[in-house]
Write a protein that binds this ligand. Structure first.
Ligand SMILES: *Cc1c(COP(=O)(O)O)cnc(C)c1O
Length: 341
């Protein structure tokens, strides 16, 4: 199948790139015809808008190898729609659904021989940012922008493969501002970085669970889900955190498998209580993380083991239900894969 799957998927997530990208520019009120080309450096003026005012958003989705030589993109329309919402929230020119979809499928087709075999995949990173050269442009429409699609063959997001993660609970600093929680904006990551680095240092944590005022939102780059032998519980969508496509996929598959699914207010008190029961599990859901088990929560400097602290049976089961669809082992009963011809 893929000659170079091993080197790419062993490298740290996101550090290896496939050769081809697609680019379109917004100028004079219209998008240019997208161009498919080999990766090239960008040359920007130091006064470029995004460098000063963070006018940038992105998406993250994956193409997977299926049976035979098939390749499919997972939940492409959902990611296209979210990128349009992010662009709208940031007052950036909104790429049309057809153009954006076509740019993504064309880029994946061009990089087809760089899609690693499962469990690897081709991570796709559409990126949009403001390019007018004007450092006074703080209260005017973003009249010029660039959109490109970059691809990276990937393996596991968290180094060390499927292992129980350590997640530090943060109840004071929110991840972002309330109005931008559900926008996939680069600036959100800058806002969260201080808390994430502090937790990695002090608590040897892999990530932070942001729960401002005790209300659970999500971690730095994935949604948070509680799992028991018969129930799946996760915070309801409030606009304060990202509406993850993986979250939605896992909830859908959980319902298919007969779990009772609850989307509601989840507090840190409940999470700490949940952790005490043997057989209870917790996991992070996101395109990059897939469904990653949480073994330990760190609250006020103390370790709190989740269930038995190991990779839980139900987390494995739900993760397999998801990855089996992505790799074509199971039937794509929800029509989530867009085949690449
Ligand atoms: C991208 C992202 C997620 C996961 O969303 P998916 O659509 O499942 O990939 C969750 N939280 C944040 C902050 C994100 O940026």
């Amino acid at each position: 199948m893929t000659k170079d799957a091993t080197p790419a998927t062993n490298a740290p997530f996101g550090t290896v790139f496939a050769d081809f990208m697609a680019t379109a520019a917004f100028e004079d009120g219209a998008w240019s015809e997208p161009r498919l080309h080999e990766i090239e450096h960008l040359s920007v003026h130091p006064g470029t808008h995004v460098l000063h005012y963070a006018s940038s958003c992105f998406e993250g989705l994956k193409a997977h190898h299926g049976p035979g030589d098939t390749v499919g993109i997972f939940r492409l329309p959902a990611h296209v729609a979210r990128m349009q919402r992010s662009a709208t929230a940031l007052q950036l020119p909104v790429p049309g659904e057809q153009m954006l979809t076509r740019m993504i499928t064309d880029t994946v087709a061009a990089n087809r021989d760089r899609v690693p075999a499962a469990p690897g995949s081709l991570y796709i990173r559409p990126t949009l940012f403001g390019t007018m050269v004007n450092i006074g442009a703080v209260g005017v429409p973003i009249s010029r922008a660039t959109l490109y699609i970059l691809c990276s063959p990937v393996g596991d997001y968290f180094a060390g493969g499927l292992r129980p993660l350590r997640i530090a609970i943060e109840t004071e600093t929110p991840r972002t501002t309330p109005s931008f929680g559900d926008v996939k904006a680069g600036a959100n990551y800058a806002l969260a970085l201080g808390a994430v680095l502090a937790a990695k240092g002090e608590d040897h944590a892999d990530q932070v669970l942001f729960a401002p005022g005790g209300e659970v939102h999500e971690t730095g780059a994935s949604n948070f889900i509680l799992i028991s032998p018969d129930r799946v519980v996760t915070p309801r969508l409030t606009g304060h955190f990202l509406e993850g496509v993986t979250r939605d996929s896992v909830l859908t598959l959980a319902r298919d498998l007969g779990y009772e699914v609850e989307e509601r207010l989840v507090t840190i008190d409940e999470v700490l209580d949940w952790a005490k029961t043997d057989g209870n599990e917790a996991a992070l859901a996101g395109t990059a993380a897939v469904l990653a088990p949480v073994g330990t929560l760190i609250y006020k400097g103390e370790d709190v083991q989740v269930g038995d602290g190991a990779v839980g049976h139900h987390t494995r089961r739900l993760r397999a239900a998801l990855t089996d669809i992505q790799s074509g082992v199971a039937e794509d009963s929800h029509g989530w894969l867009t085949p690449i011809g």
